[in-house]
Design a protein around this ligand. Structure first.
Ligand code: NAP
Length: 538
């Protein structure tokens, strides 16, 4: 049992490509890869070479001898995966689409969005010597959800930013940050100045519940709270009241678990992370003792993934309580087996706790202008769907956070499918010259690394169009577009500017034993970049 994949697996499958004996599955292209919660090393086939550990961007793979107590369940998880999917043939797979290398006349591609989907797309494009890219984002900082979404106590997952640093160093990479497409420059401008445009704009809007009281102070989205504790400039004034002893989170995906964990965490431990200072100060004064996570269906339909549940179950200072309303939990998958085991645990008095409640849906949020309770209905799952029963309960709380998934927003100038909240496409191609990747292409699902295979598919289509002569020659040059963007946004931050900002944040972190201390105000960021560059005479 040499190597084991652990909780921070990002699913980008770099390890699969690095493995000389094809012992990591499911691999891209294999059935189940896109739906899989992580990849697993087959102990029977692993030759203990360590190539996977070197390739993993988030340090998720360890020799079994190096596992912590909390990571030991990942051995059983891998065993259980290979019992179900033996992969007996062990044939090497054609996992990376074969794309002809382009090294002809210079070609420029604009990528809109600077999150993981954009960075993986840039990486794929820059493998072609003739191609350069400009990554454009409305925020003054790049890396999207890695900076503003991944929970601060998941620093190993955030380590994927090291891979992004390496991509930024590739020849031909550029940033135009703090520039909004649709406001400062238009889709048509990009079409006129680049050979191709890839939209990697994600799914930035949160979904709503549509219940009474949802707009009251104290009822907000988990997205806002995630942005708040991660220093996202748009969420620094989010209404976050931690003066009550209970917070209720609606929905039980991984975002819900992230929020529950951060709101019950020891602020002393969070103080060693890159959490926003404002959030840290608020959490230090928090009265919250319990976060209740509501799942409208049963344990067998829980949306959180097994690695995240294992992480939660191993918290040493917070109790995890599983409440299935007294009903037995069917123990037929690794996840339901663990949930059943957790449901038999006795909570320890005096500890903060996270309660995973099942078959519980909110029907009304109550309060006199500010939330003081939520009415919950017990549900039944029938073949026709989820049915609310008359079994109701009022749960006192000062905050209700909906964590019921994200929605993509229309991209000005592109078609949009309202039902899926994505841009209609064929393998990432909207039309020759216009492409999509990431959540705006496939909806809000999967992990950071899922964007790698997604980007490979999109870029393969773009290269095919390029080689077939289907990409129009741009009318204007890059400098013209940058001038236009700067005219609209004089404070635009380029690659050099981001490097300055990144360095300052890390330096501020070093002084206080943290990975970085983030700027959270765009004006502060611009001032820091301007100050540093004028001081060095750049
Ligand atoms: P999600 O996984 O889609 O979960 C959404 C949850 O909301 C589900 O429990 C869903 O229940 C529930 N829901 C939807 N509509 C509802 C309603 N009207 N009333 C009550 N409940 C409702 O979404 P997410 O947590 O936002 O995560 C998005 C993606 O990011 C996922 O792929 C996730 O794995 C990924 N992510 C990963 C990590 C990580 O790996 N650490 C961290 C954060 C996010 P039903 O199932 O019944 O619809």
């Amino acid at each position: 049992m040499p190597y084991v994949v652990t909780q921070s697996c990002c699913g980008d499958a770099s390890c699969v490509v690095a493995c000389p004996v094809n012992c990591i599955h499911p691999a891209p292209g294999e059935p189940g890869f896109l739906e899989s919660e992580m990849v697993y090393v087959d102990a029977a086939a692993c030759v203990d070479c360590g190539a996977c550990t070197t390739a993993c961007p988030v340090d998720a793979i360890k020799p079994h001898t190096m596992l912590t107590e909390a990571e030991l369940p990942f051995i059983a998880l891998a065993e259980s995966y290979y019992q179900e999917f033996p992969h007996a043939d062990r044939l090497p797979l054609a996992i990376v689409p074969k794309v002809e290398r382009y090294d002809g006349a210079p070609v420029r591609v604009a990528i809109v969005g600077a999150g993981p989907a954009a960075m993986y797309a840039a990486d794929e494009l820059l493998k072609h010597p003739g191609i350069s890219v400009d990554v454009i984002d409305q925020l003054p900082t790049p890396h999207g959800l890695v900076r503003a979404g991944v929970a601060p106590d998941h620093q190993r997952t955030k380590a994927v930013a090291k891979l992004f640093d390496a991509i930024e160093r590739e020849r031909g990479f550029g940033y135009l940050l703090g520039v909004e497409v649709g406001r400062d420059i238009r889709h048509d401008d990009l079409r006129a100045h680049y050979h191709a445009v890839i939209y990697a704009t994600g799914a930035s809007r949160d979904r709503t519940l549509g219940i009474e009281g949802e707009d009251m102070a104290g009822s907000t989205s988990a997205t806002a709270v995630v942005g708040w504790y991660n220093g996202h400039p748009d969420h620094q004034d989010a209404y976050v009241d931690l003066g009550g002893d209970r917070v209720v989170v609606v929905g039980n995906g991984n975002v819900a678990l992230d929020v529950a964990r951060v709101l019950t965490a020891d602020p002393g431990a969070l103080a060693t992370t890159d959490i926003a200072d404002l959030a840290l100060a608020t959490l230090r004064g928090s009265a919250v003792r319990e976060v209740v996570v509501l799942g409208r269906r049963g344990p067998e339909h829980a949306a959180f993934t097994m690695p995240e549940l294992v992480g939660l179950a191993n918290l040493t200072d917070v109790d995890l309580v599983v409440d299935n309303g007294g009903a037995a939990i069917p123990e037929n998958t690794p996840k339901t087996r663990l949930l059943a085991e957790l449901s038999r645990r006795t909570p320890r008095a005096g500890r903060r706790r996270i309660v995973l409640r099942f078959h519980a849906a909110p029907v009304r949020i109550l309060g006199d202008g500010v939330v003081d309770a939520v009415e919950i209905a017990r549900t039944e799952t029938t073949p026709e769907g989820i049915v609310l029963t008359d079994d109701r309960e009022l749960l006192a709380t000062t905050m209700v956070l909906r964590s019921v998934g994200y929605r993509g927003v229309p991209v000005p100038g592109l078609p949009f499918d309202e039902a899926s909240a994505t841009v209609p496409h064929d393998h990432g191609r909207v039309e020759p010259g216009v492409y999509v990747t990431g959540w705006i292409k496939r909806g809000p699902s999967g992990f950071i690394g899922t964007n790698k295979t997604c980007a490979q598919e999109t870029v393969a289509g773009l290269i095919e169009d390029l080689l077939a002569g289907r990409l129009a020659q741009p009318r204007g040059g890059r400098e013209e577009l940058v001038r236009k963007a700067r005219a609209a946004r004089p404070e635009l931050i380029d690659l050099e500017g981001w490097r300055v900002l990144d360095r300052i944040e890390r330096e501020r972190g070093r002084e206080s034993g943290r990975p970085r201390v983030k700027f959270t105000e765009p004006a502060e960021m611009v001032a820091a970049v301007t100050g540093a560059t004028s001081a060095t005479g750049r």
